[in-house]
Write a protein that binds this ligand. Structure first.
Ligand SMILES: *Cc1c(COP(=O)(O)O)cnc(C)c1O
Length: 486
């Protein structure tokens, strides 16, 4: 399989190159040249690691089958507590695909536990010996998941940048207490887009790349703009379908709708790839919080990042520039020139408008909706009181939208992206309790109130020493990158 840049089709790379490089030099994202067609029924008979090896292997054709079988087996076994891709029934025809049974309790573990292995192997495949410096902008969950995945990986350094006050206390502590000799964590003044813009600037700066190259260091990204982040996420859409088949809830060929709490458009885009590969997906419903830029885009065809930014109780979705949408625009328009023009307009004017045909094609696959903060809290409470199902704030955004978009007779799978114990204060308050200021006390109270246990990795956080406390301006991200030596 070859990969093209969304902004220049002449830039063709292998999967190893796409993963080692992250972003194309001119700023485009790498997309597969075609959608591999798979035997869905055969895939549905496999266990999760086997399914992952088969699906990822369709795209990473320059990796050996043995390597992928081994890598997926070690990634999705014990580290996910035997619950990789676990589908929980919630109510009549509505399911939660629980993606938070991994080490950092958010769905990003699916990609970021596998990515480091893919990167090391990519370098081997390419015969490259340089040090890889990974820069990550995060609104919370990516940072911790990347740190956990990459710590002490040979030949790799990782620096994570998160917005001050833009994460929950638990998320902040998860990062600040990260162990490992090759990790660094910085709080950046501003919001997520300030951090992301700062990191993107470094990636686009040829002078920085040249100076690092002199020291045999090469920049790479662990954000969901890297193809290696996206491809592992395709797998759980198939796993959800397989479980519905096995439970006799559907027969093969029946369509299933998925509702996805969305920020950077990575998770939901993986569902689009699943659909293009032949999985019987009905609608992919894009659920946003009050930062509802995607709801507006999917309704009107105009994307406007120039708007008020809201800090919500679902911080991992507090995003105004959804990077992965660029990949969808490429697949739908089939035109690198058109995508390049749209992205230029976004960079220069803060907005763009797609052609009516483009919007129409997108709307055939994607539905959308958004939830206010009040609706999110109401949803957490309603799911708990009516279905005995405890969910986090991000998942609640999707539950609320899913309810409005539920189609008669079509199963609805809501992607449950984080453990409720990652956001204990918001969840407690939603359940009608006064939350203690301290996240750990809130976690304990949430356990007492709901008789659910917090994941062990979160409960253990309060005993760990904080290692990182530096706060910087976005403009200093470049200096941080340049401070690395080979
Ligand atoms: C990252 C994240 C999202 C958004 O996923 P995207 O791929 O950025 O759309 C939703 N929920 C949680 C808990 C997350 O960590």
């Amino acid at each position: 399989m070859q990969f093209y840049s969304t902004r220049d089709r002449n830039r063709v790379v292998t999967s190893s190159e796409a993963i080692a490089q992250g972003l194309s030099d001119e700023g485009g994202l790498f997309v597969p040249a075609s959608f591999p067609q798979v035997d869905v029924q055969a895939l549905c008979a496999l266990d999760y690691p086997e399914m992952a090896a088969a699906i990822v292997g369709e795209y990473l054709t320059d990796y050996s089958k043995e390597f992928l079988a081994q890598a997926t087996k070690t990634t999705y076994g014990a580290a996910f507590g035997g619950k990789a891709g676990y589908l929980a029934p919630v109510s009549q025809d509505v399911y939660a695909l629980e993606l938070w049974h991994g080490p950092t309790c958010a769905f990003k573990d699916y990609a970021l536990q596998l990515m480091p292995k893919l990167l090391v192997e990519a370098k081997k495949n390419l015969g490259r010996t340089e040090k890889t410096l990974i820069l990550v902008a995060t609104s919370g969950d990516t940072g911790k998941a990347a740190l956990d995945g990459y710590h002490d990986i040979p030949g790799v350094e990782i620096a994570v940048f998160y917005p001050t006050g833009g994460t929950s206390e638990i998320q902040r502590l998860q990062m600040a207490t990260q162990e490992g000799g090759n990790v660094a964590v910085y709080a950046v003044r501003g919001n997520f887009d300030d951090a992301q813009t700062g990191v993107k600037k470094v990636f686009g700066d040829k002078a920085i790349a040249a100076r690092l190259a002199e020291r045999n260091i090469r920049l790479s990204s662990a954000n969901s703009i890297n193809w290696g982040r996206l491809v592992p996420q395709i797998v759980y859409y198939f796993a959800a379908y397989a479980q519905l088949l096995q439970a006799g809830k559907i027969v093969y060929g029946d369509k299933v709708d998925f509702c996805v709490p969305t920020g950077n458009f990575g998770d939901i885009l993986a569902g689009y790839y699943a659909k293009q590969m032949g999985l019987p997906v009905g609608k992919l419903i894009c659920a946003s919080n009050e930062n509802n830029v995607l709801t507006d885009f999917l309704t009107t065809g105009t994307y406007t990042a120039k708007r008020e930014f809201f800090k919500t109780t679902s911080p991992s979705m507090d995003i105004l520039v959804s990077s992965n949408l660029e990949r969808l625009l490429y697949h739908v328009t089939g035109s690198d020139a058109e995508v390049a023009a749209l992205m230029k307009s976004l960079a220069e004017t803060g907005s763009y408008t797609v052609r009516p045909e483009t919007l129409k094609t997108i709307q055939e696959s994607f539905g959308c909706g958004w939830s206010s903060e009040e609706q999110v809290a109401g949803e957490i409470r309603a799911r708990y009181e009516q279905n005995g199902y405890l969910c986090d704030t991000h998942t609640a955004v999707a539950f609320h939208v899913a309810e409005q978009q539920k189609r008669e007779g079509v199963p609805m799978v809501v992607l449950s992206t984080a453990s409720p114990f990652k956001f204990p204060r918001s969840v407690l308050e939603a359940l009608g309790h006064t939350a203690p200021q301290n996240d750990f006390e809130a976690m304990q109270e949430l356990e007492a109130v709901t008789h659910h246990d917090a994941p062990a990795s979160l409960a253990a956080l309060c005993q760990k020493a904080e290692r990182f406390s530096t706060v910087i301006d976005p403009a200093r991200i470049a200096q941080v990158a340049l401070s690395y030596e080979s």
